[in-house]
Structure formats: structure tokens, C-alpha cells
Write a protein that binds this ligand. Structure first.
Ligand SMILES: Nc1ncnc2c1ncn2[C@@H]1O[C@H](COP(=O)(O)OP(=O)(O)OP(=O)(O)O)[C@@H](O)[C@H]1O
Ligand SMILES: [Mg+2]
Length: 261
């Protein structure tokens, strides 16, 4: 069975792309076959695996998610291999900024990504498909949620990280009505700064949310994350011994074991 998980939160900079790339790499390192899909015009997931020149070349070619969605093509033909075993990617394009406009006139516009992903999901070639969403709550993110089995919400451990989470939940529940099989896997707490006491309050507040799973492994602020991104690699691959790499490995194990909880 292929499990499709998306990373979404309308709050920008909450660690969606960093979590998606690292959990994706960690799962592949655990021997799982993983396909990652970059759903954001910022190209951050693509930049986690390829250098700028390659990412811009994919973005300006016809070989990216934007072209596939715009023309409603089977995504199988848009898969590229990363340099890592078991880890493939569908790159994005800066033109994703106009995807809402493209979707607007389409029949059943909330289900286009689901349709384009269908044959990859049904082939069961991949154990996991991970989708990185942009920081919005429009029709495109609705497509991403509807194409997924699970949502993971990365939340930054800060006051503004929590602000807006209510909107995210409301949106998630509205989408669930169209996709009753969609489930919230949990909240991943990211960018925890142990020097500041505030993070404890964030975690306590999150634990008060009824029926919402909060992953045990929190990701602390670590400059290795930025160095790895500067080197077009997830930190789990770039510096395995770093604090954040170990934390992301643990988080990936929690994701992998989720079904057996
Ligand atoms: N654990 C960490 N330690 C240090 N910096 C981090 C960590 N996690 C993420 N960052 C940095 O925080 C910024 C935001 O992270 P990221 O891009 O993953 O968030 P995002 O939710 O995908 O953002 P957007 O909403 O713009 O798509 C990036 O500059 C990233 O390098
Ligand atoms: Mg991002």
C-alpha cells in the first residue's frame, strides 16, 4: 500500500519543507521507497535535493508539477530520480504562483491532483508519497489535502506559530467533508529554541487540543539545517550526527510506526 502524506500549514516558515525533505529522506534511508512532490512555487523541496541551476532548469522546462496539473497529465511521467537510493521527486515551478488561476476553469477542480496521482498511487511502487504544500489555504492546497491519506502540520514553537492554527483546523475539517478518508496524523513541533522558555507553553497548549496527536520528537533550532539547505541536501543526509538529523530520524520512525499505534 502507498501512504500519501502532505505537510501543510497556512503559517509561513513553520518547517513544512524542511520536515517534508528530512522525513522523506529518513524514510528512504530506512529502506522505504519514497516519492516527494514539491507543491510550492518557492521550490524549497526541490532545492533540498538539487542545486539551483538544476531546479531552475526543471522549473522552466515542461517537466514539472505545474505543467502536469495545468494539462491534467499522469504524474508518472514527471518523476525524476534524486542521487539517493529509493528517493524520487516531482519538481515544482515558479509558475505554481498562478496555479489557482489555472484550476479555476477546470471541471472538478479540487480533485485534479488526486486524478493525476491515481496511477502512481495504484501502482503501489512507492511506500510513501510526501507532498510539500505552500503556506496558503486556497484551492490548490485543497487539491493537495484531497490527494492525501494523512496531513502533518508542522508548527513553529512560537506565539505566532500557534496563531492561525484554528484556521488550519477549520479548513482541514471542511476539506474532510470532500475527502472523508483524509486524517490528521499529527502536529510536529519545529524550530524549538531551548534558550527561550516560550516553547514549553507552545507544547502545553498543543497538548490541550482534544483528539490531536502531537509527535514526541520535537525539532530544535539547529544551524546544521541551514548549512544542509545551502548544500542542497536534507540535514539527515548532510550531517547525520547533528542534533536535528537525529530528531528528524526519530520523527520519521514515529511516522513509520503511526499505523501500529
Ligand atoms: N530546525 C531548524 N533549525 C534552524 N532553522 C530551521 C529549522 N527548520 C527550519 N529552519 C529554517 O526556517 C525557515 C523556514 O523553514 P521551511 O522553509 O522548512 O518552512 P516552510 O513552512 O516550508 O516555509 P514556507 O511557508 O515559506 O513554505 C528556513 O529558512 C529554514 O532554513
Ligand atoms: Mg515551504
Amino acid at each position: 500500500m502507498t501512504t500519501t502524506i502532505c505537510f501543510a500549514n497556512n503559517k509561513g516558515g513553520s518547517g513544512k519543507s524542511t520536515s517534508c525533505s528530512n522525513i522523506g529522506y529518513a524514510l528512504s534511508a530506512m529502506g522505504k521507497k519514497v516519492l516527494m512532490i514539491d507543491g510550492d512555487m518557492q521550490l524549497n523541496l526541490s532545492l533540498s535535493f538539487f542545486d539551483e541551476d538544476d531546479v531552475l532548469a526543471y522549473a522552466s522546462s515542461g517537466e514539472n508539477l505545474y505543467e502536469a496539473i495545468k494539462n491534467q497529465k499522469d504524474l508518472t511521467d514527471y518523476i525524476i530520480h534524486t542521487k539517493y537510493e529509493n528517493l524520487d521527486l516531482i519538481p515544482s515551478s515558479t509558475l505554481m504562483s498562478s496555479i489557482e488561476y489555472e484550476l479555476f476553469t477546470k471541471w472538478q477542480r479540487e480533485f485534479i491532483l488526486k486524478k493525476c496521482l491515481k496511477s502512481i498511487q495504484e501502482s503501489e511502487v512507492y511506500d510513501y508519497i510526501l507532498i510539500d504544500a505552500p503556506p496558503t489555504l486556497g484551492g490548490w492546497v485543497m487539491n493537495i489535502l484531497i490527494a492525501s491519506d494523512y496531513l502533518i502540520i508542522p508548527v513553529e514553537a512560537s506565539p505566532w506559530g500557534l496563531f492561525g492554527l484554528a484556521n488550519m483546523f477549520e479548513y482541514f475539517r471542511a476539506v474532510q467533508e470532500m475527502a472523508p478518508n483524509l486524517k490528521l496524523m499529527g502536529i510536529a513541533v519545529t524550530k524549538v529554541d531551548m534558550r527561550k522558555s516560550y516553547f514549553k507553553q507552545t507544547i502545553e497548549t498543543l497538548h490541550e487540543l482534544e483528539g490531536v496527536h502531537i509527535f514526541d520528537s520535537c525539532i530544535r533550532v539547529d544551524s546544521s539545517v541551514e548549512w544542509s539547505q545551502d548544500n542542497s541536501a536534507p540535514v539527515v543526509a548532510y550531517k547525520k550526527s547533528s542534533r536535528s538529523a537525529k530528531e528528524y530520524m526519530e520523527l520519521a520512525k514515529e511516522v513509520e510506526n503511526y499505523g501500529s499505534r
